[in-house]
Design a protein around this ligand. Sequence first.
Ligand code: NZQ
Ligand code: ZN
Length: 387
Amino acid sequence: MLNFEFKNPTKILFGKGEIAKISNEIPKDAKILMIYGGGSIKKNGVYDQVKEALKDHDLQEFGGVPANPEYEVLIDALNFIKEKNINYLLAVGGGSVIDGVKFLSAAANYNGEPWEILKKPVRTFEGEGMPFGTILTLPATGSEMNSGYVISRRETNEKLSSGGPGLFPQFSVLDPEVIRSIPKNQIANGIADAYTHVLEQYMTTPSSADLQERIAESILISLQNAAPKVMSEEFDYDAAGNFMWCCTMALNGLIQKGVITDWAVHAMGHELTAYYGIDHARTLAVIAPSHYRYNFDAKKGKLAQYAERVWGITEGTTEEKAEQAIVKMEEFFHSLQIQTKLSDYTQDFAGTAERVEKTFTERNWIGLGENKNLTPQDAFKIVEMSY
Ligand code: NZQ
Ligand code: ZN
């Protein structure tokens, strides 16, 4: 088990009706900017709950942050923050809104061209960001309890990430009731994103970090159990709650401690969103099976462990179990109506592998993966396998 430091300062308010409590979490004299997306919160009652909870606070609002939060829109929000002397941010939405707010938190106190924060990237340390809280409306990314974020810039077809210990939310509200209004394709995205977050921190090589591995396996099993229930038409509060908490636990920093992690699937997936606008989670389902097949020898021990402990496959050699594990993973994505080939999303895919290879080379991303030896040429082959 590797050495680690772990600090996660985000306070979680979990459960039905918890939005009403946020007035206790935000200073009474704060000048708050509530930031949201395309308007789902106005249809499902979340907007009204926030307005009611903060009726005695100084509250302004900025809507229209799109999925895969767009830099240009956020710059408008940044100007608003400066103009109105805002000193507290409240994200009300999914990962895109929360990530957008993290960028704003970092940019509000940054002296320099804001894009540098992503391009260099510049990390934000404790005390440097503007304080913020979140009300999560779409379980998926884990952004509500971590300090990373991803921003897109359509002008240049870039999707870049940054973060730092100064960008944890002060609090996050997780009310499973919000899941009632989420379209099924977005619920499927949430399950697949969280599932892949666990895989990225788990599918490396068997280790001595027994508890870490078993927590990761438990999240995978719990997501598998919740999936058919949250995908069905009838709302199941407990399944929704388990799904929501799994997504948070999948990427709040806990399961990555003491182990090696991969993250190459996300690196390649982000490119597919930048080029074609494919939903984040779906890009992961496209890349993951090819990634595990391409790196089969390095990962077969852990793939076999996943087959045994998560899918109950006990027959066969290590290789046979590992192969079945990848098939099970694909079947799980398919059970969510998520396709696993790039050609299922675009017919315009010729040249994608070359483009990923070139971009990674330009960024000097020459050693991805848990062993830091996955080259841009390897990424080319993995992306090509996923056509
Ligand atoms: O914009 P509105 O109208 O709110 O609609 C949203 C959006 O269209 C809708 N939605 C959200 N909550 C809803 C709802 N519709 C009905 N009822 C509700 N309760 O869902 C759509 C998608 O929302 P979005 O926030 O884009 O989805 P998600 O949470 O999957 O976030 C994706 C973004 O997060 C990044 C991704 O790259 C992508 O940009 N990620 C962030 C990470 C992090 N910060 O740690 C890690 C992830 O790996 C990921 O990269
Ligand atoms: Zn993700």
